[in-house]
Write a protein that binds this ligand. Structure first.
Ligand SMILES: C[S@@+](CC[C@H](N)C(=O)[O-])C[C@H]1O[C@@H](n2cnc3c(N)ncnc32)[C@H](O)[C@@H]1O
Length: 257
């Protein structure tokens, strides 16, 4: 399809995918944090079936693959990310047990009770935490786990500017205790929650974007959508530095009862 036939929405989405494909991670995280979350999961063998949902280009998936021995199916809506993902698995010689496919978290290609672990870093917000953990429940075997990272409030109260920003971006943002209640209500034992350290945002997410933004703006010189996209990212980063004591990413690990 040529650009003239694409809707503005499709073009925007492609620009967004292109922007994020130039950095290693598409959300806050780190190998150390992925390994820490994995340490709470004790049911895995080389027969295990693992899904990584909203995998992006696979920053965290390759870490999971190197610390487990089962099969991983990784799913993302973006074909650009999945192409990079599958090149990465080849480079790391993981292609026999790690497969990236294009698909939506709203319509996952799994059988009921097929999976031993559902992983999702910084992606469940696309359908909402509560909806995600409820809908994905059926794909897990009894006693299987999910591990999801999700933006959360650290305090009951916070300044109006940041409250308004996140309630606009993601109205389901909530406190850790309220997310844990949602896990219990959905039928999971809350096995662990922990806050991601600041380096997951600063060093691994915002810092690599600085040079990526320069290159992106040069490539799309004068393109309003590209300029707005970069401006939004810079604004979000500025707010993080200003208000990081009030919110951040939290890993939630649950076990199906
Ligand atoms: C913030 S990024 C996180 C990517 C990766 N997990 C990481 O931490 O680097 C969110 C990802 O969700 C993907 N995504 C958005 N909507 C989706 C959907 N409906 N189904 C599957 N993936 C989706 C995006 O393409 C993007 O790769």
């Amino acid at each position: 399809m040529s650009d003239e036939n694409k809707s503005i929405y499709e073009f925007d989405l492609r620009l967004i995918y292109e922007y994020y494909s130039t950095i290693e991670r598409q959300g806050p995280g780190s190998p150390e944090v992925t390994i820490k979350a994995l340490s709470f999961i004790d049911n895995l063998t080389n027969e295990s079936k693992i899904a990584d949902i909203g995998c992006g280009t696979g920053g965290q998936t390759m870490v999971i693959a190197n610390h487990t021995s089962g099969n991983i199916t990784a799913i993302d809506l973006s074909p650009i990310f999945i192409d990079i993902f599958n090149i990465n698995t080849q480079k790391l010689n993981l292609q026999d047990r790690v497969n990236g496919i294009v698909g939506s978290m709203e319509n996952l290609p799994f059988q009921n009770q097929e999976l031993d672990l559902i992983w999702s870093e910084g992606a469940i917000y696309n359908i909402g935490f509560e909806r995600g953990i409820n809908e994905w429940y059926k794909f897990l075997k009894k006693g299987a786990f999910f591990a999801v990272s999700e933006v959360s409030w650290f305090t009951e109260e916070r300044p109006g500017e940041i409250d308004e920003f996140w309630n606009n971006e993601y109205p389901e943002i909530d406190t850790i205790s309220n997310k844990v209640k949602q896990m219990e209500k959905a039928g999971y034992i809350p096995m662990a929650t922990f806050v991601l350290p600041e380096n997951c945002w600063i060093e691994n997410f915002y810092a690599p974007q600085v040079s990526a933004q320069e290159k992106f703006l040069q490539k799309y010189l004068g393109n309003k959508t590209a300029e707005e996209l970069v401006e939004n990212q810079r604004h979000e980063a500025k707010l993080y530095y200003k208000y990081k004591e009030f919110y951040g990413y939290v890993f939630y690990i649950g076990k199906k009862t």
